[in-house]
Design a protein around this ligand. Structure first.
Ligand code: GAP
Length: 526
């Protein structure tokens, strides 16, 4: 324990480590962000509950997305489709036949893995070796370092990058041809072992459908087999014409939705990164055929700007363009975030062609076309989608926010530097002591602010400890009512990040908060 404490003392704020990740998970539990689902029964694997602070942060992330995608775009409207859909939906969308992950079991450890992930992780290790060589050379050559030249001429780096490319290309080809025997052969040729035990005793690779089934109906004989939706997108596609007509929408236009999705993930791990029940925030943008790639580039830029507006560090994002495209896509990229376990997908942006609407047209026998008055033609629109996991965004926010700081007096503080617009609590109002009329003034301040902001009252413990408690939750401001308040109606406002205090009039609080928590101010950066 003492060792852990010492270690945290020297932990740089943005360092991504297993220890940091462990700390994020336990902090999330201790400060009312996330609990394991049905914890009293020992939990349910990869299913989580959001606690009192977690639910506020989640709502705020959703709101930040909704305002940006729907309110700030006159040509995008929202929808809230049902989780249960007619089962033919999933036949048309390809999920019944193709929403599979290739899985492999280790015969010794009895652990189950995604075969493609084992190969990708192996390729990533080779890539990391190349990166190490590049970093070493960067240090050696300093300002005169030419990364491109080094990467294309240094024999070791060239070999590593070629090796990685060959592996990924072969994996892509085998998956595309559904040649699962070759995926197994690749695992064996590369000498990939069970990451937990080192055993290389593998079963064959098999396909595993990720959809959860359920039944609709009273009796076993008449019940209809349904699926819990594995993505929110299909509720948008099946409503495309309803929305287009009732909303009098003209192409290009978008439909946005947030809601639950369910996937029976084989390897559900990394806390809320890969869950079996999760929430998506998706937007399908319908465009004229042939214009989709322009829009795809447009949405790549817009979505990255949305992320950057939160100020979580430009260096923590990167695009990862897909080499292997899904059968319905003609371009796809991930916005990856630097999670504690490395850069991983946070959001997907996909140019889905007319695949979905065309398939629904075929399976339903209903026309799903748009008459474009500008070119006097009817067509099935092409679709560019942006799709982000709300829970994954939540993880990005809290893992980036949690910091251990050593202060000037050598004391420690744990602080969650969550972007202020997203914090669960906007301010804590603290009477310095519990008498002399200070609690009553604090309560009055709460009564003024609580209409627009989630604010809390706290009079337990010394004020220093109360500050630390709010730092650990991520509250941007602590408003302290003291004896001077009685004389001149001023309070101190302590800033979470700088820990500086300013004295302001109680009547100026609302204006200060309007400025600090203005969506216009935050989102206009996007
Ligand atoms: N409609 C497109 C679609 O669903 P996806 O790449 O499968 O695409 C989109 O998912 C986003 O949903 C991902 O970028 C991720 O943020 C989130 N997501 C997917 N599976 C998830 C899971 N098991 N747990 C948490 N989030 C998940």
């Amino acid at each position: 324990m003492a060792y852990i404490h010492l270690f945290l003392l020297f932990l740089r704020p943005m360092e991504r480590t297993d220890d940091h990740f462990r700390k994020v998970i336990s902090h999330a539990r201790e400060y009312g962000y996330i609990f394991a689902s049905s914890e009293i029964y020992d939990g349910l694997s990869a299913v989580y509950d959001y606690a009192h602070n977690g639910v506020e942060l989640k709502r705020n992330i959703r709101e930040y997305w909704w305002r940006s995608m729907v309110n700030l775009h006159q040509n995008i409207v929202g929808i809230d489709a049902a989780i249960l859909m007619h089962p033919t939906t999933w036949k048309a969308s390809g999920h019944v036949d193709a929403f599979n992950d290739p899985l492999i079991d280790n015969k010794d450890s009895k652990k189950r893995y995604r075969a493609d992930v084992l190969v990708e992780d192996h390729a990533e290790k080779i890539f990391q070796k190349a990166q190490k060589e590049i970093e070493k050379a960067r240090k050696r050559f300093g300002d005169s370092f030419d990364e491109e030249q080094f990467t294309t001429t240094n024999p070791r780096v060239v070999r590593y990058l070629q090796e990685r490319k060959t592996i990924l290309e072969r994996l892509a080809k085998s998956l595309e041809n559904e040649d699962l025997a070759d995926v197994k052969a690749l695992i064996e040729e590369l000498g990939i072992s069970d990451p937990e035990t080192g055993s290389k005793n593998w079963t064959e690779v098999r396909q595993f459908n990720l959809m959860f089934g359920t039944k609709l109906g009273a009796s076993a004989e008449s019940a209809m087999n349904l699926y819990l939706r594995p993505e929110t997108a299909q509720g948008i596609f099946t409503n495309f014409l309803n929305i287009q007509k009732s909303g009098r929408m003209r192409i290009p236009f978008g439909i946005a939705q947030t809601g639950k999705a369910f996937r029976n993930e084989i390897v559900a791990r990394q806390f809320i990164f890969r869950m079996r029940e999760f929430e998506q925030m998706e937007m399908q943008f319908f465009v004229r055929p042939g214009e989709e790639l322009e829009w795809y580039e447009h949405w790549k830029k817009e979505r990255l700007h949305w992320h950057l507006s939160l100020g979580m560090g430009e260096e923590n994002y990167r695009f990862h363009d897909h080499e292997k495209l899904a059968h319905y896509a003609n371009a796809a990229t991930d916005i990856e975030f630097n999670f504690p376990f490395g850069f991983k997908e946070l959001e997907g942006i996909h140019s889905r062609t007319d695949f979905d609407l065309k398939a629904h047209e075929e399976f339903s026998g209903k026309k799903l076309q748009f008459f474009d008055p500008e070119i006097n033609e009817s067509y099935i629109p092409y679709v560019v989608e942006t799709s982000i996991g709300l829970d994954r965004m939540f993880l990005a926010v809290i893992s980036n926010a949690l910091q251990e700081e050593t202060l000037e007096d050598n004391s420690q503080r744990t602080v969650m530097k969550i972007p202020a617009i997203l914090t669960p609590v906007k301010a804590a109002v603290l009477p310095l002591i519990k008498r002399d009329g200070l609690p009553e003034i604090a309560q009055k301040i709460i009564e003024t602010l609580q209409w627009d902001y989630n604010v809390v009252y706290d009079d337990k413990d010394a004020v220093g400890r109360r500050y630390r408690r709010q730092d650990a939750i991520g509250t941007p401001y602590c408003i302290t009512v003291d004896h001077q308040t009685l004389e001149d109606n001023t309070v101190t406002v302590r800033d979470r990040d700088t820990m500086q205090q300013e004295r302001i009039e109680i009547t100026a609080l609302e204006a200060k908060f309007r400025e600090a928590f203005s969506y216009k101010k935050w989102l206009s950066k996007a």
